[in-house]
Design a protein around this ligand. Sequence first.
Ligand code: GZL
Length: 331
Amino acid sequence: MKLSFKIIFILMLCLTFMGCGVDRPPEDGEANDLIVVGFSQIGAESNWRVANTESIQAALSEENGFMLILDNARQQQENQLKAVRTFIQQGVDYIVLAPIVESGWESVLEEAKREGIPVIIVDRRVNVGNQGLYTTWVGANFRQEAETAVSWLEEELLSSGREDETVNILHVQGTLGGTAQIERSAGLEAAVERHSNWVIAAQLVGEYTQAKGYEVVLEYLKQNQDIDVLYCENDDMAFGAMEAMDELNIAYGAEGGVIVISFDAARTALEACMEGKINLCVECNPLHGPKVAELIWQMESGVLPPKEIFVEEGSFTTEMLTEEIIAGRAY
Ligand code: GZL
């Protein structure tokens, strides 16, 4: 009979620490067997993603009562599907999944459900017919992020007397089909529908990386520089776009030229915003770890968590940022 990883692991632990229990975090010096969690992470494509991974690693640590098995899918959904199936075979206690795109998860989540392994979705969402295939979702309100960006742009144009001018927007999108891209794009596209003088000059896919952002923006700007706003769906692509504009001597930022809007608000972007290189940073909070750990302890004690849990987030402009604010940021 094939003993799953979990059974072997717990047997080893229980032989070592008799009288194990997992209904609460271990007190100092008290030994419990660890809760085994398989985490399928998209990759390490951005500062945001690295911060997200670190947050989950710190929260689901051994001293906090967990054994975390982290898989980096290197931006490939098939790697995530393989990782989740491996977790199921290992008989982990919980699966945490950060899905790269919303589609394609039905069968693997059904397999996890059949084995009685709860699945927690973090960050982007899954699009499944049966919401019972996962226990809960933790993440950001991406559409609200877009509304925050658009509202700020409306105010910025109004205060500079440009509310009736044609506004050409270069839209740099993240990985197509992921919730952050879907909803940050939808917010901008809805605003363009409302403003007859706003024009999306082009939509370029930057895959959330600085390298790809630089590549696609440089290629576009070599052909067309009639751009008033750069709407980048994450900081890393914004940095790539800024590299491209520097190379072509295109002015941008708070002192004039192209208005730069970016999402995530990682520390490096906030520093660029304070220097006036980025006009608006819309925060997307990656610190999901503590909420995930809390959820698991709740479930260990029989409490079913809410179906969705939003993280807190805000936005930052050049005028409001100081060294102190940035030094106090967690990521
Ligand atoms: C947003 C997240 C996005 C970030 C990017 O929650 O899915 O993926 O905005 C990251 O930086 O790559």
